[in-house]
Design a protein around this ligand. Sequence first.
Ligand SMILES: [Zn+2]
Length: 335
Amino acid sequence: MSGPAPPPPPPPPPPQAHTRSPSHFTYPLQTFQSTTDPITYVVHTSYNPASPPPLPGPSSEWTRFVCISDTHTQTFDVPDGDVLIHAGDLTGTGRKEQMAITGDWLIGMRHPVKIVIAGNHDLPLHDSWYEIPDNKRRFHGKRIENSAEVRDILTNNHAKAAGIIYLQDESYTFRVKEGGKEWSVYGSPWQPYFGNWAFNYRSGEAQALVANIPEVDILITHGPPRGILDLTIDHSRAGCPALLRHLGRMANPPRLHVFGHIHEARGALVHQWDPNPNLDPQAAVSTVDREGWKETIMVNAANQPAGAHRMSNQMRVPFGGPGFQPIIVDLLDKP
Ligand SMILES: [Zn+2]
């Protein structure tokens, strides 16, 4: 039996947009603050990006740190503040054109101070590792980058004039207000070995590297300390035990420690340091207030959606979107 050809099937529906602008999402307010009187910090992990929460007190007494990480060449709106902190993985693989995109984005932000470190993806910034032919060829084939040119994007006079400070295992001090508090910061791009990326250390090398970290107000490392916002999607702890031990032994651990690397563990908490060094350091993670214990605000600032919160209402969350927004940390300018 033959007849007219059947009508063609209807065209498939147009593909669903995979991303929506952040205004299409809802942003429940998620905030915590110190239990002291007066308060000394406020942390915002979720907020309306169109109207970020105000400082908790006068700007003469408070400093706003805006924390981002793992932006991997993507750009998005970042709230204003006094200090921008980028905890590494500025790019996909550290190509010069990728770093130029990130550099232009950072330069365009209005924060007077922008402290930036590298991560395992910013390959040419780890000069001695990138010089090894197998390493650079594995990621960049025949088109090899020049480490100095890639770094120059973050360190040239144009970047400096825009407030960018690139730290690679070094300290820096700065003021954001005339006559205001001087803040000390240390930045380090390293993380425990996995698959021979840039700035990977073996466990035997960890102690020597973390021993360089001095007592500062603000610590920035690409990788987390072991047990703190470091749980991977396959339920392993990817943070560095030597880093946790080193910080736990400090008389004055940092007030704020910003890292990234484990995208799916993005978030913030307050870690209380057990004064008894014999105790298992992981047992010290707690929200219970312990009188007199030193505290560090821990921020995993990863902005690339990963893990359980990658989707929202069937829609792919964009970089910096709900669950992966820049984390705002307001600190009282106490000594
Ligand atoms: Zn990353």
